[in-house]
Ligand binder design. Sequence first.
Ligand SMILES: [Zn+2]
Length: 283
Amino acid sequence: MTPSIFSIDVEDWYHILDVDSAPEISRWDELPTRVEANFRRLMDLLEERRVRATCFFIGHIAKRFPHLVREAAQRGHEIASHSYEHRLVYTMTPAAFLADATRARKVLEDIAGAPVSGFRASGFSVTEQTPWFFEKLVEAGYAYDSSTFPAARGHGGMKGGRLEPHRLKTPAGELVELPVTVAEVLGKRMCFFGGGYLRLFPFPLVRKMSQVVLDQGRPVIFYVHPREIDPDHPRLPMSAPRRFKTYVNLRTTEQKIRSILAEFPLTTFRDYIEDNRARLEVC
Ligand SMILES: [Zn+2]
């Protein structure tokens, strides 16, 4: 079976995007934190199944908890970047994005003592309005990206984007792009494989849609956040629809993650790219 990819966006309970009550970065250090315990529990689940994952750290989290980066690397996981300040790409200038992505890479490399080549934007917030994104990412020193969401979505989304992993040429050099996995259902592209989508849908449906994707020769890119296995984490005030999306099914997500780890062959982005480089088409 084509191996799939398991990824964790390493952030805390208050890293919620596009909500007025979300705290500014200047307040992050004062807030109670849950990321250490939750991330370690996730790593324990991975270890039980001998799965190695890609861990996209927010740079600010890495700086505050450098031991988590080192521990993840020691346990065999790939260290990658989830930006430094976790801002939405489409709210940033190209220069501000370049500075933030470069800073995150350098901080992570300093802590891990090894090169960092992968990036994921906060909220998959790359859109048709940010065509400079890929070039700036290459300039910031990255070799691959998993930030495009090829379907409609609240933040970002590129409805007509390519579904399969591919190579992109930019004026600054080449980049491997691994779009977030979506499956087509009745002509509509939908995600079942991470974040609120994984929490919302029952596992038999996640399994079935994963098989559809694998049968098309694509890897399934699973993505989770440490807070999603912590039903008792603090809540931010927000509208009822948003509250539903953000907090639905926190009590059943750990079991879904256990099932994914048990049922699918899984690898890191780095190893997937290494093993499939020759197959990745250029566009
Ligand atoms: Zn995030």
